[in-house]
Design a protein around this ligand. Structure first.
Ligand code: SF4
Length: 687
């Protein structure tokens, strides 16, 4: 071996950014990250990664990593020992629970944490604190998509694998800028489009990368996707193009669904969505005649007050055309974070124990009462949205936040920050002193993904191992150890020595993960849930029927409701928002990566040339202020051909975009209507 090889460690890991679930070897020398090397064995990505997975790792050694616990003393934060921090947490949380009851406290989990850590997050909330008040950031993004799937097909996960997306004859992409947000999936689709004749239909407000090459690109008026989806489904049924055998053999509720489609004529859809009748007929014909169809969707659908219903409309359309249960078919909400799927799967959610076992099911309740040694309520706990309201009203007193940038990413951050001010006691586990830490009484230094063992679950329900590539920085600890330390300080003798033991406990309590074991997940091996006790996993769902007692899917009738916030005379411009390729969400990780920040250093406001003309001839680089009914931001202009006139687009990183958003939510999932913003715009001098 050469000297270089002798000091280089090679460790398999899973990307910490998006839900595609790329895996690769990371080559390290001590804490130095030398190279990211994807392998042919990577089930989601093979030898590909995007720029974030390849170059987005400087955050691990960022100079502002937290290395010791800190506690608030008056107006200052001071470093303390772990023992002192944990004693303080146990004492203050214990006192609140004793005085105000278990439901006066809550735990918010992290979609960046591992599955094992997500399990312990909910176990701490339930067993130690005695409450179902636990939730995660799927409340901000994908909960509506999960609702849509639960209503129609039964499982809250992607119907198949990324290979099914690649195999489909037609891909319908709704409200997903896949090229920037899930780049490796987009690359696989581009290859299928170019080499295999795959058709693409894209509906989006922006004419982004996939849209430019699609056979059909539609730009519906904001918030009207449900209308065109329902009109296309109605036209397919009216013309006799539906898959009648599939509907008769496998689907309930056709008559009622058909009745609910009565208002959705092609003419009505054209009037409300702005999509011409000819285009709608073309889309209906293509979807109905393609051999196999997958639908991909993301925040452009879910972050509306109709997010659940629009997700349901997508799944309804797939059922009408018989596109579930075969290779190359099905509904695929593209999960945002690397482990947002796993965080809910493993029980960090207010209405379910692990594997979506309902808290109000008597057998499930009895099982967890036996396992955790205490009684549980059958009433739902609070979700994130309800926690913020409860903190405002003084009903929620104590909050533990695991790696969630709540103070920036929830909608209407002024309201959220007031709520956090109001908390009596707040603990945050984080890599850096985030904005949320400003509201904390104790901040605990957490290990990053390269510093710990565990598993993540990607968008295709794929559970994969990540291995520790280096020791945690300073005194930082993995969240599973932090959660265990808190439990022990509050009198519970948890004794896990490795995440594999946590997974064994999960498997023993959870039919969905009955056969998930670390010896079946070695290296690049993976399992897609549900996993039977013998280890058999399920790459494609619904080939033997749908996840309901009678095995039949359900068409779900829908109405349309107007967007809650629309442009008017005072606020004439619609604002959309999303990711860019180089950054991830609010940017806490990617803005600490030199290469990525060099390419995209700042945030900006994209607008069309005509809109720029109308506003005093604005040019790229000019500063503008956007003012909504709820707040304002300042950013530079970027002229773009991708956005429509009278619409703006703002990337999420560093913009405090949620100064602009409202408290309005999808009533079925409590996901904020992040994509329903109206603003006026004025020239500004810069920050
Ligand atoms: Fe893959 Fe997503 Fe990571 Fe890019 S960010 S390497 S697409 S998992």
């Amino acid at each position: 071996a050469t000297a270089r090889q002798a000091v280089t460690d090679v460790t398999k890991t899973v990307c910490t950014y998006c839900g595609v679930g790329c895996s690769f070897d990371v080559e390290t020398r001590g804490r130095e990250i030398l190279r990211i090397q994807p392998q042919h064995d990577g089930p989601a990505n093979s030898i590909s990664t995007c720029v974030k997975g390849k170059f987005g790792w400087d955050h691990i050694n960022a100079p502002d990593r937290l290395t010791r616990p800190i506690v608030r003393r008056g107006n200052r934060f001071v470093e303390v020992s772990w023992a002192e921090a944990l004693d303080h947490i146990a004492e203050r949380m214990g006192a609140i629970i004793e005085r105000d009851g278990s439901d006066a406290v809550a735990v918010i989990g992290s979609s960046k944490a591992t599955n094992e850590e997500s399990y312990l997050t909910q176990k701490l909330a339930r067993q130690v604190f005695g409450t179902h008040n636990t939730d995660n950031c799927s409340r901000y993004c994908q909960a509506p998509a999960t609702q849509g799937l639960w209503r129609t097909v039964g499982y809250g996960g992607d119907a198949g694998s990324i290979s099914d997306m690649e195999r489909a004859a037609l891909v319908l992409v709704v409200g997903s800028n896949t090229s920037d947000s899930h780049p490796v999936i987009a690359a696989r689709l581009r290859r299928a489009h170019k080499l295999n004749g795959q058709q693409h239909i894209v509906a989006d407000l922006r004419e982004h990368g996939l849209a430019k090459r699609a056979e059909v690109f539609m730009r519906p008026n904001p918030g009207t996707d449900l209308i065109w989806l329902s009109a296309v489904a109605r036209h397919i049924l009216d013309e006799g193009w539906a898959d009648e055998d599939f509907l008769a053999d496998k689907v309930n509720g056709l008559d009622e669904y058909r009745e609910s489609l009565a208002p959705f004529t092609l003419e009505y859809a054209q009037e409300r969505t702005g999509i011409p009748v000819d285009t709608l007929v073309d889309v209906a014909r293509r979807v109905a005649t393609a051999d196999s169809v997958v639908a991909l969707w993301a925040m452009g659908v879910t972050q509306h007050h109709m997010g659940s219903d629009t997700s349901t409309a997508i799944s309804n359309l797939l059922l009408v055309t018989g596109n579930y249960g075969r290779p190359g078919t099905g509904g695929y909400p593209l999960r945002g974070h690397n482990n947002v799927q796993g965080c809910s799967d493993f029980g960090t959610i207010n209405t379910f124990y692990t594997g979506y076992q309902p808290i109000d099911d008597p057998e499930v309740k009895a099982k967890f009462e036996r396992a955790y040694g205490r009684e549980f309520s059958t009433e739902p706990g609070m979700d994130n949205h309800e926690m913020v309201d409860a903190a405002h009203e003084g009903r929620l007193k104590g909050l533990l936040v695991i790696g969630e940038e709540l103070a920036l990413v929830d909608a209407n951050i002024h309201y959220v920050q007031e709520a956090m001010e109001n908390l009596e006691f707040c603990v945050v586990s984080e890599l850096y002193f985030s904005r949320t830490c400003e509201f904390a009484d104790v901040v605990l230094p957490a290990a990053a993904s390269l510093e710990k063992d565990g598993t993540f679950t990607s968008t295709e329900r794929r559970i994969q191992r990540l291995y520790k590539a280096m020791e945690p920085i300073g005194e930082a600890k993995a969240d599973w150890q932090i959660l265990q330390d808190i439990a022990r300080h509050m009198g519970h003798e948890w004794g896990y020595t490795h995440p594999s033991e946590i997974m064994d406990e999960i498997a023993s309590l959870t039919p969905l993960f009955a056969g998930v074991r670390y010896d079946r997940l070695e290296g690049y091996d993976s399992q897609q849930w549900p996993v039977a006790a013998d280890g058999t996993d399920t790459p494609l769902l619904y080939s033997d029927g749908f996840h309901f007692d009678d095995g039949r899917a359900r068409l779900y009738p829908l109405d349309f409701r107007e967007p809650v916030e629309k442009p008017d005379e005072k606020y004439p411009l619609h604002v959309n928002n999303g990711r860019v390729l180089e950054h991830f969400h609010e940017g806490n990780l990617t803005l600490r990566s030199t290469g990525l920040t060099h390419i995209v250093p700042d945030t900006y406001v994209e607008m069309s040339r005509r809109t720029a003309e109308e506003y005093d001839g604005l040019a790229t680089g000019d500063w503008v202020r956007l003012v909504s009914r709820h707040g304002e931001i300042t950013a530079r202009v970027l002229l773009s051909d991708e956005v429509a006139d009278d619409q703006l687009w703002v990337p999420m990183q560093a913009a405090e975009i949620n100064s602009l958003t409202s408290n309005e939510v999808d009533p079925d999932s409590h996901t904020p209507a992040y994509k329903e913003i109206a603003v006026y715009l004025e020239r500004a001098d810069g920050p």
